[in-house]
Design a protein around this ligand. Structure first.
Ligand SMILES: Cc1ncc(COP(=O)(O)O)c(C=O)c1O
Length: 381
């Protein structure tokens, strides 16, 4: 699918158009870095960490190379490795399983619920063993599920809680009248600035969030080859830095994030109002305990018709995407001998039924109408 988003061309994401809207500021920001030449750990990285901390009301933000590294840094900071178990959802992006396995720990998959695609809190206790060290909550598509229930379990069993907030930066959640941005509820939060994310850069980028000063210190060390003093390595670390150029771009893009999210909230409302009459699809619900920052508008298509609807729309030049068509425990790379297809029925059902529609900051009303008409035509002719 092309990214050329002219008024008549509908695309899943519209990176060129977003760049065009912010071009003068972005070009200036890039030029400043090019002229100064501080490409690694330059001025803009610090500025970005401060600005993002302000935006998300986080105590500490540590920029890193990508969202997958952010998760790995979180696990390494918590000392998770060989012999440890980490509970993760059966339906999520691959990074959560990958980083646990890379560190020699064991991912313990738990099925999800199909309202918010969140780990099924009612099934977690059965998965906890003496080896369990942490739970990773993945906030998919722009909001969370029963995060309060998950926090209760983490507290009861003295487990670390890591939030994978790559898809919900800017969303918040309320427990007992206390509202926090997602990413700040757990011990450590992680996010990604992959170009298509709510806040995307022009390459790879990520960040780690934590309220705890000890963790911040350790995260910074691990992200910098285990050193705080140059060439003095006190821990085994990795090399995970946000480029100064990407930070410069993100500083500009962060200014527009609130406005872009407002547009996506309107897209959400419009889709909901126009598609409510189509009984064969389940529309994404808003969690009443939270304020979403929509990343995807993800339908569940009933009666096994997902692929047929997708290809019908595609013939009309209407793009759509499946996030994700294989549950994590069924992926060849992460499958264990004990894996049985029936063990994760909701993850399986979601993998077979989810379909995300275009939802981006410059999606226009005529484009939304074309998408809505295409869906109605598929069902009602
Ligand atoms: C939920 C989730 N977690 C983690 C990641 C990994 O982020 P990155 O691609 O920056 O490594 C992604 C990115 O697609 C994601 O969607």
């Amino acid at each position: 699918m092309t990214n050329n988003n002219t008024e008549s061309t509908i695309s899943m994401i519209n990176l060129q158009q977003q760049y065009a809207q912010q071009q003068i500021e972005i070009d200036q920001a890039i030029a400043q870095v090019l002229h100064r030449g501080d490409f690694i750990n330059g001025l803009e990285v610090k500025v970005f960490e401060t600005q993002l901390a302000k935006y998300t009301q986080a105590n500490n933000v540590i920029a890193c190379a990508n969202g997958t590294d952010a998760l790995q840094l979180a696990l390494m900071t918590l000392g998770i490795g060989l012999g440890d178990e980490v509970i993760i959802p059966a339906f999520a992006y691959a990074s959560v399983a990958e980083v646990v396995l890379l560190l020699g720990a064991t991912p313990v998959f738990v099925d999800i619920e199909n309202e918010y695609f969140f780990i099924d809190v009612t099934k977690i206790k059965k998965a906890i063993t003496a080896k369990t060290k942490a739970i990773i909550a993945v906030h998919l598509f722009g909001q969370t599920g029963n995060l309060a229930g998950l926090i209760d379990i983490a507290v009861e069993y003295n487990l670390f809680l890591i939030e994978d907030n790559a898809q919900a930066l800017g969303a918040s959640y309320t427990i007992d009248n206390q509202t926090n941005f997602l990413g700040n509820w757990g011990h450590i939060g992680c996010t990604s600035f992959f170009p298509t994310k709510n806040l995307g850069c022009f390459g790879d980028g990520g960040a780690v969030f934590t309220d705890l000063a000890d963790f911040e210190y350790k995260i910074r060390m691990i992200a910098s080859h285990g050193q705080l003093v140059k060439y003095q390595h006190d821990l085994v670390g990795i090399n995970s830095r946000l480029d100064t150029l990407q930070a410069a771009i993100l500083n500009v893009r962060l200014k527009y994030l609130g406005q872009q999210q407002k547009h996506k909230a309107n897209v959400y409302k419009y889709y909901i109002s126009q598609l409510a009459c189509v009984e064969e699809i389940i529309l994404p619900k808003t969690n009443p305990n939270g304020q979403p920052a929509w990343h995807q508008f993800t339908l569940q298509v009933k009666n096994g018709k997902r692929d047929a609807l997708k290809s019908f729309l595609s013939k009309k030049q209407i793009p759509s995407m499946v996030y994700y068509h294989i549950p994590l425990p069924a992926q060849a790379a992460y499958k264990t001998a004990a894996y049985k297809a029936g063990n994760f029925p909701i993850a399986q059902q979601c993998a077979a039924s989810v379909l995300s529609l275009p939802m981006h900051p410059t999606l226009s009303k005529p484009q939304m109408d074309a998408i809505i008409d295409g869906i109605k035509e598929f069902y009602h002719g």
